[in-house]
Ligand binder design. Structure first.
Ligand code: NAD
Ligand code: ZN
Ligand code: ZN
Length: 457
C-alpha cells in the first residue's frame, strides 16, 4: 500500500474537552509499531459509553481524545513483525482485547484480559501511548479503538479478523451492543431451552438480549420497558409478552411473578439503573432464578435483601456479553452471514462523520423515546449517507420536542411513583417531581435513566 510506513493525514472527530461538541479535525495517524495494525474505519456505531465519557466527565485525564469503539474496517498496513493480519483484511476493533496468553485469556470463565488492562490508563480510558496527533498535540485513543476517525491504530490483541464476505456497515454493530446483549443471555445467563425470561430495557442491548434468549430456545420472553413504542420492535427479535411498568400500581417483580407462577427463570437488566437491577433480581423465581446486570452505571450503589440470594437466586454481571473478542466476534459475524442473528433491524440512521454531533444529539434526545444507542451509525465512506432522511428526522424531532419533554416528565413521575411505592408505600414525592419538572428537556434526556430511577436530582 502506498501509505504503508507513512503518516496518514485524515479526518477525525476530536473531543478536546468534556461536555463540548466534537470537532472534525485533520489528524495525523502514525504508522503502526510492533504488534499493531493501522485500520481504515469504514463504519462505526455510536454507543452510550462514548457519551458517558464525554458527558459524565469521570475520566478527567481522558482528553483530548477520539471516541468510538463499535466499528468495522479494513487493515491498511501492519507493524513490524505482525503476521496475524495482512493489508486488506476485514476486521472489527475490540474494546475487550484477547491476548490469548494471560491467565484470564486462558480461563474459560472470563473474557477479560490482564495484558490488555495493563496497557490501559484507566483514569484516561485509553492506552499508555497513542498514534494520533492533532495541531502538534498528542490525542488519546479512547478504549484503544478510537473509531470516530477515518484511520486508527490498534494493538493486534484488540483486533478480530472477520469473514471477507461481511458487510462492514452492518457487522460494525458487533463491536459492542449486539454482542453485549446477545452474549449476556447466551453466555452469561446461559438461558436454557423452554425457559421463561424477562428483559428489562429495550434499547439495542436489550433487544439483542431478547434475540439471545430466543436463540437459546426460551419459550417465553417478557419484554419490559417504560416506552411502549419499543414493544413492536422487541417482537421482531422474539419477545412474546410485553410489560410496561407504568401500567401497574404494584412492583414490577410482583407483576412478573403473577404472570409466571412465581417468577422468571432468567432476567436481564439492560437499562443501567440500580433500581431496575433490583427489580430484575426480585423478578426471578426463588430456587434457581438467574439475574444478569448488563446496563452500566457508575453513579449509584445497588442494594437487595440477602434473602433474595439465600433463597437460591443468582446475581451476575456481564461485560461484552461474556464474549472473548477474537473468538466471539468472528463467530457472531458468521452467525449473521448464516442468518442466525439479525443486525439490519437495529439500524435506523445512516450518517456521515461530519454529522457526528448530530448523531450524538439524536442519541441523547432519543434515549428514552425513539431509538437505541447503537442504531445510529456513521458511514465513514460517506456514500451511503442520506441527508434528506436526516433532515426529516430533525424535523420530526423539533416538531415533537415539547411533547416529548412533557411525556418524559410524565414517565419519570410515573417511575418515581412506582419506585417509591415499592420501597416506601404512598409517600409524597412532591419535591422530586418539582425537580424533575424543572429540568431542561436536554438535561432530562441526557440523564433520564438516573432520573427515572429514584434520584431526580
Ligand atoms: N455491560 C456491557 O458490556 C455494556 C456494553 C454496552 C452497553 N452497556 C449498557 O447497557 C445499557 C443499555 O444500553 P442501550 O444502548 O440499549 O440503552 P438505551 O438507552 O438505548 O435503552 C434503554 C432502554 O431502557 C428503557 N428504560 C428506561 N428506564 C426503564 C425502566 N425503569 N424500566 C424499564 N425500561 C426502562 C428505555 O425506555 C430504553 O428503551 C446502558 O446502560 C449501556 O451503558 C453495557
Ligand atoms: Zn459500547
Ligand atoms: Zn489476555
Amino acid at each position: 500500500m502506498a501509505t504503508a510506513g507513512k503518516v496518514i493525514k485524515c479526518k477525525a472527530a476530536v473531543a478536546w474537552e468534556p461536555n463540548k461538541p466534537l470537532v472534525i479535525e485533520e489528524i495525523e495517524v502514525a504508522p503502526p509499531q510492533a504488534n499493531e495494525v493501522r485500520i481504515k474505519i469504514v463504519a462505526t456505531g455510536v454507543c452510550h459509553s462514548d457519551l458517558y465519557h464525554l458527558l459524565e466527565n469521570m475520566h478527567e485525564d481522558g482528553f483530548p481524545t477520539v471516541l468510538g469503539h463499535e466499528a468495522a474496517g479494513i487493515v491498511e498496513s501492519v507493524g513490524p513483525g505482525v503476521t496475524e493480519f495482512q493489508p486488506g483484511d476485514k476486521v472489527i476493533p475490540l474494546f475487550i482485547a484477547q491476548c490469548r496468553e494471560c491467565r484470564f485469556c486462558r480461563s474459560p470463565k472470563t473474557n477479560q484480559c490482564e495484558k490488555a488492562w495493563a496497557a490501559m490508563r484507566s483514569n484516561a480510558m485509553s492506552p499508555l501511548d497513542s498514534r494520533f496527533t492533532c495541531k502538534g498535540k498528542k490525542v488519546l485513543q479512547f478504549m484503544g479503538t478510537s473509531t470516530f476517525s477515518e484511520y486508527t491504530v490498534v494493538n493486534t490483541m484488540a483486533v478480530a479478523k472477520i469473514d471477507p464476505a461481511a458487510p462492514l456497515d452492518k457487522v460494525c454493530l458487533l463491536g459492542c451492543g449486539i454482542c453485549t446483549g446477545f452474549g449476556a443471555a447466551v453466555n452469561t445467563a446461559k438461558v436454557e431451552p423452554g425457559s421463561t425470561c424477562a428483559v428489562f430495557g429495550l434499547g439495542a442491548v436489550g433487544l439483542a438480549a431478547v434475540m439471545g434468549c430466543k436463540s437459546a430456545g426460551a419459550k417465553r420472553i417478557i419484554a419490559v420497558d417504560v416506552n411502549p413504542d419499543k414493544f413492536e420492535k422487541a417482537k421482531v427479535f422474539g419477545a412474546t409478552d410485553f410489560v410496561n411498568p407504568k401500567d401497574h400500581n404494584k412492583p414490577i417483580s410482583q407483576v412478573l411473578a403473577e404472570m409466571t407462577n412465581g417468577g422468571v427463570d432468567y432476567s436481564l437488566e439492560c437499562v443501567g439503573n440500580v433500581t431496575v437491577m433490583r427489580s430484575a433480581l426480585e423478578s426471578c423465581i426463588q430456587g434457581w432464578g438467574v439475574s444478569v446486570i448488563v446496563g452500566w452505571t457508575n453513579l449509584d450503589d445497588f442494594a437487595a435483601r440477602p434473602i433474595q440470594l439465600i433463597a437460591g437466586r443468582t446475581w451476575k454481571g456481564s461485560l461484552f456479553g461474556g464474549f472473548k473478542g477474537k473468538d466471539g466476534v468472528p463467530a457472531m459475524v458468521k452467525a449473521y452471514l448464516d442468518k442466525k442473528v439479525k443486525l439490519d433491524e437495529f439500524i435506523t440512521h445512516n450518517m456521515t462523520l461530519d454529522q457526528i454531533n448530530d448523531a450524538i444529539e439524536l442519541m441523547k434526545h432519543a434515549k428514552w423515546f425513539n431509538r437505541s444507542e447503537q442504531d445510529c451509525m456513521l458511514d465513514l465512506n460517506c456514500a451511503a449517507s442520506s441527508p434528506s432522511c436526516y433532515v426529516t428526522l430533525l424535523h420530526e424531532k423539533s416538531g415533537n420536542q415539547g411533547n416529548q419533554g412533557d411525556e418524559a416528565v410524565k414517565n419519570i413521575n410515573g417511575l418515581i411513583n412506582d419506585t417509591f411505592q415499592q420501597f416506601f408505600g404512598n409517600v409524597t414525592i412532591f419535591v422530586i417531581r418539582i425537580k424533575c419538572q424543572n429540568l431542561e428537556w436536554q438535561q432530562l434526556s441526557g440523564h433520564s435513566s438516573d432520573c427515572g430511577g429514584i434520584r431526580g436530582d
